[in-house]
Design a binder for this molecule. Structure first.
Ligand code: CP3
Length: 344
């Protein structure tokens, strides 16, 4: 039940007996058991095979004392169903085969039924829930409409989002139509994950920090708010995450969710001041801190905990995902330090 899980309690700003911790990208290349599976299967095969996706989801849970699992998938998976083909190129990250560059391209992007097109993710969620046997809650997730649109238009990762912003400014109506298609699929996909057993959801707006607050409010907020509002009827906490969002936190909380995710660029006490008492907060350790010597790492983890008012509606996490060269003993150090906080 919810009242037994520190993670779900913290999302609801209820008292916790220990500060919960999980790590974005907690399943991945820093783990030898993940690398072993990747020798045999591509990332898309892992995501596309429910038994394998379930196995990878559980790898960090079996090794570390984490307070939540996150389903192994990728934010880009819905692109295929939307008619935008992509693959992962070794060493380069995602490559969109025919990026969206004109209003006509945007209007060719069509909604689909994620219970069909992404049924394998839903199946993986069901397997994980069975195999977890209530050990920790399971988080489902999706990319936010803006971050998905940025991949569709840029064609991959980007430095300054020139093409994406140009499209937004030059074709505001086509942008709006595109965002409406993506948001519908995103809402339906997250709802289906909850129906399949996800006990919390996270909306990843990873790259939204490239926008000014004004552009965020005009071009993005209504669509993210629509997704989050569409899930309000479920009794499941919603985490709203982005990076580089120091100037956007005010607007992001208006878009909704119970929990706001923050990166490391803003001290967490300052972030909490901006976000206010009506939201829980998740984050804020710089992922590269896990490359530091143990004493420095412990000091930095404690600093975040102290500044965060950590026993009060706070979930420890990194400000972004675990990086591939991260030593596993440092993951243990982070988790032990968090769990030791406020205990004698
Ligand atoms: O957190 C977890 O453990 C769940 C798994 C997860 C993956 N991707 C698996 C993955 C999650 C939550 C994601 C989200 C995701 N994917 C985001 C949002 C979070 C963030 O980091 O901002 C984004 C932007 C993507 C897009 C993406 N997927 C990129 C840019 C890349 C290539 C870069 C890289 O890290 O290699 C991926 C591939 C990917 N997705 C990997 C993993 C474990 C690495 C691929 C590999 O094993 O070779």
């Amino acid at each position: 039940m919810e009242h037994d899980y520190p993670f779900l309690r913290a999302c609801r700003r209820r008292p916790v007996d220990r500060v919960p911790v999980w790590l974005m990208r907690q399943a991945g290349r820093y783990m030898p058991e993940y690398r072993a599976l990747r020798e045999k299967h591509s990332i898309l095969e892992l995501c596309g095979t429910p038994e394998l996706a379930a196995e990878v989801t559980l790898q960090p849970i079996n090794r570390f004392d984490l307070d939540a699992a996150i389903i192994f998938a990728d934010i880009l998976l819905p692109l295929e169903g939307l008619g935008v083909g992509f693959h992962f190129a070794a060493g380069e990250g995602p490559v969109i085969e025919k990026p969206v560059r004109t209003p006509e391209d945007a209007d060719a992007v069509r909604p689909f039924d994620p219970t069909v097109g992404l049924g394998h993710v839903l199946e993986a969620i069901k397997i994980v829930r069975r195999e977890l046997e209530g050990r920790v809650p399971l988080i489902g997730f999706a990319g936010a409409p803006f971050t998905l649109a940025s991949y569709m238009i840029e064609g991959g990762s980007s430095k300054n989002y020139l093409l994406m912003k140009s499209f937004m400014y030059q074709h505001p109506e086509a942008w709006d139509r595109l965002m409406r298609v993506i948001r519908e699929v995103t809402r339906d996909y997250l709802a289906a994950q909850i129906e399949a057993g996800a006990q919390a959801i996270q909306l990843f707006d990873s790259w939204v920090g490239c926008l000014s607050p004004e552009d965020y409010r005009e071009f993005v907020l209504p669509h993210s708010a629509w997704v989050l509002e569409g899930l309000a009827g479920y009794d499941v906490p919603r985490i709203h995450f982005g990076t580089n969002t120091a100037t956007l936190l005010e607007a992001m909380k208006q878009a909704g969710g119970e929990v706001i995710g923050v990166d490391w660029r803003l001290p967490i006490d300052r972030a909490r001041e901006i976000i206010g008492p009506d939201f829980a907060v998740q984050g804020n350790l710089d992922p590269v801190t896990l490359m530091a010597p143990r004493e420095l790492l412990v000091e930095r983890v404690k600093r975040v905990l102290e500044r965060a008012d950590a026993k009060n509606g706070y979930i420890f996490n990194l400000g972004h995902g675990v990086l591939p060269p991260t030593p596993m003993e440092n993951v243990d150090t982070v988790i032990e330090t968090v769990h030791g906080y406020g205990r004698r």
